[in-house]
Design a protein around this ligand. Sequence first.
Ligand code: SF4
Length: 323
Amino acid sequence: MDIITRIRKANFLGRGGANFSTAKKWEMFKNEKMDKKYIICNASEGEPDVFKDEYLIANFPEEIINGIKIALDFFSNSQAYIYLRKDLYLKFGLKLKKIIKKEKIKLFKETGGYLCGEETTLISSMEHQRREPKIKPPYPLQKGLKGKPTLINNVETFYYISKIAKQEYKKTRFYCISKDAKKQGVFELPIDWSVKKILQKTKNYPEYDFFVQVGGGACGKIVFGKELNKSVCGTGAIIVYNVKQDLIKLMQKWVNFYINENCGKCVPCREGFYRIREILNSKKIDWKLLKDILEVMKETSLCGLGTSAPTAFLSLMEMMKYR
Ligand code: SF4
């Protein structure tokens, strides 16, 4: 049985946040006819309060590299890179190089910020071009690094590719629990557990009134009450907040993060965040206008940053109605 069949049988979805079938992605990559192909392990993890990939690189580098080697063996004429956030490169670069030895795997030190986790920006940064997203299609799978088909998978995905190949995959994933949680950390638990069960089993279920942000980091959805009975998608992050904190300040923190990290290429996102900051800083917040701007950003922004960031604001505003 080849590796794609094994991944398909495991019903495995990539762990980078898009919840896309890894078997399908690998199949599409395989079908691209080209003399040279690239494989990239995306270790640019830049979401605030998310540190699951860092945990995996620190604790299971052999497993991750084995996953990349499996891809290299399966796709002929391929070359691999591990694209590392700057501090991860400095912290773990030497250790990774020792494990890699003479394999066709090179390390690349990230040159930008949060947006470099976006696939087309990541490729542009490796080509020393402007660090901003490109319109898709063509997708990196078709035309990526140096114009060649490029397969980009997240650190956790490669970790589990290795586990699937060894028939050790037990339908688990890594959850990163942070912020006001009592026992912050990274926990490997079943993929179908609810947020509530994860918090209870890790002894993180708060005694105070709380809400959580799940899926991504600053762009994750705000979840509370009955919704805690749902499982976690996206990157597997669970950020716990005490409800007593200043919710406007929380939104201001998010908006400042996005003002710093967006690339300014498209109007809805670039201008939208400035308008949101103005509204949040005003004495009387115009909630309707804020909601309208967020909806427009969600529908019309060019890349995932502008389309997904409004989720956090809109879901927090929804929660505020009930509290
Ligand atoms: S949505 Fe934001 S980050 Fe993405 S291209 Fe537009 S300005 Fe840049």
